[in-house]
Design a protein around this ligand. Sequence first.
Ligand code: FAD
Length: 272
Amino acid sequence: MSTTPSTPAATPSPEAAPRKRRPPRRVQVTRVQTLSPLMRRITLQGAELEGFEVNDPASYMKLIFPEPGQTEPERPLPDGPRPKSMRTYTPLVVRPDAHEVDVDFVLHGVGPASTWAAQAQPGQVLFLMGPGPGYKVQLDAPSHFLIGDDSALPAFETILASLPAKAQVKVLVEVVDAAEERPLRSLAKLDIQWIPRGTDNNKAGQALEAALRQAGAPAGDARIYLACEAAAMRRIRTLLIDELGVDRSRIVGRGYWKLGTVNHPDHDYGED
Ligand SMILES: Cc1cc2nc3c(=O)[nH]c(=O)nc-3n(C[C@H](O)[C@H](O)[C@H](O)COP(=O)(O)OP(=O)(O)OC[C@H]3O[C@@H](n4cnc5c(N)ncnc54)[C@H](O)[C@@H]3O)c2cc1C
């Protein structure tokens, strides 16, 4: 998480925020940090972030990127068609007083978001919409289990920031290789296992699945947040339920992206 004074995006809320469409907000890049070879933290700032509030960890927002040939995306009309270059990202840390939000981007290859993040520089403009709801963490649960890939690392960081010191949390996270490993912080007792998958994205989730099978059944009372490539999420959800005996009510699954699919929807829960 950011080392500057900040309000974690993970401030827990007892109730769901009502969903309403908010107008697009124009934001500018003010800072770009390299966290690892394939992960960049980009700070977005703008007066239009006034009132931008995130209540749950693992919430999401929509970012609108410039189309080829544009220096700045067109401001979307609130009830107009969906912009083609709109993608889903996690508000990592929100600093309301500074009108800032940090976003971590995986540089996975070609796509409007990843391509933009790889070249991002201070002064560039995006539009932001949202936020949408996140994960209702059960803060009094003694044990938590976060299973996912690099795209879910920002969500995991917001969940970790929300957990109390008495909680135990195990994290299994699949990344390309060991160069992507970095410290994650939480008040909770943290056990992190980084799992290398290699550069072939077609193998997304395979190493994660194998590591989970090897780790065996999670603690019986564990609350599980599972977020990664959509097909891998389904396989791992089935493994948890059918082989490891986890009650499905303890699992929240999210397909964060899908192999070969552009702009996978933000509401893929794998319960089909
Ligand atoms: C709720 C939610 C929160 C998310 N938060 C974040 C976040 O904070 N940071 C983040 O980096 N991502 C996050 N994602 C994932 C992100 O939305 C997708 O990775 C998105 O598809 C990236 O857009 P793009 O324009 O780069 O690629 P697209 O144009 O959507 O896809 C182009 C190609 O790239 C492939 N692809 C897309 N994403 C990945 C990936 N991660 N790894 C490998 N191949 C990929 C697709 O299969 C496709 O073939 C989140 C997703 C959801 C649903």
